[in-house]
Write a new protein. Structure first.
Length: 221
């Protein structure tokens, strides 16, 4: 296996971005509050990691044009889970692409306890990242597979989420320990061999090879 295997990425992916989320409370008591922010940033390269090491990733301008024209069903969630707080199908979640990226505006009901908790965290500045779940439909890798350009995505039945910290300010793809249990055997074996070579070459005082598995487990977020 080599870096070219990066091009085989499939399925739902998620990315985290540090954003400035604005909350506007309704003037009428009990009315909806509006949350606005960016679920994705375009034309900016972020550092990503996979089993082959670091690489750059950029979502290109126009990546959302086609999927937004198809009126995708997208929900606003908290940490990609729980009950939907806003929904494109209901008109309470609105998505648009501009020169910055994927902008979202959501009308949420503060009568709900989970919504109140989210709004309070946003107003306190305790949460300041967003993420979106998507499928890549068109992409391009550099010849050395060290940069991935995402040219087009599909948002249908995905989500935009207000989230806690991701793996780094840009992404949620860093390896979590629990991911090892679901990793295909070939990928797990390649990762183990790579770690084995790293620790075997390290001075004995740093980290003996028999502790490699413990070190791997500590990669959990």
């Amino acid at each position: 296996m080599g870096k070219q295997d990066r091009a085989a990425k499939r399925g739902i992916e998620r990315r985290h971005y540090p954003v400035r989320l604005e909350v506007r409370q309704a003037s009428a008591a009990g009315g909806p509050a509006t949350v606005e922010g960016y679920a994705s940033v375009t034309d900016e390269v972020f550092e990503m990691w996979d089993m082959f090491g670091a690489y750059g990733e950029v979502v290109r301008s126009g990546a959302f044009t086609k999927t937004l024209s198809e009126n995708p069903q997208v929900q606003l969630l908290l940490n990609h889970g729980g009950l939907s707080m806003a929904y494109t199908r209901a008109g309470s979640l609105r998505l648009a692409e501009d020169s910055t990226g994927l902008h979202m505006s959501a009308d949420v009901n503060p009568i709900r306890s989970d919504v109140r908790d989210m709004l309070t965290a946003l107003e306190d500045g305790a949460v300041d990242e967003m993420s979106f779940a998507f499928r890549v439909t068109r992409q391009q890798w550099s010849p050395d597979y060290d940069q991935r350009d995402i040219i087009e995505v599909d948002l249908h039945r995905g989500d935009v989420s207000v989230v806690n910290f991701g793996a780094n300010p840009a992404t949620s793809v860093a390896l979590r320990a629990q991911d090892l249990d679901s990793m295909p055997d070939a990928e797990a074996r390649a990762l183990w061999e790579r770690l084995g070579r790293r620790f075997a070459a390290a001075p004995a005082a740093e980290l003996p090879l028999d502790l490699a598995q413990a070190k791997l487990r500590q990669l959990s977020l």
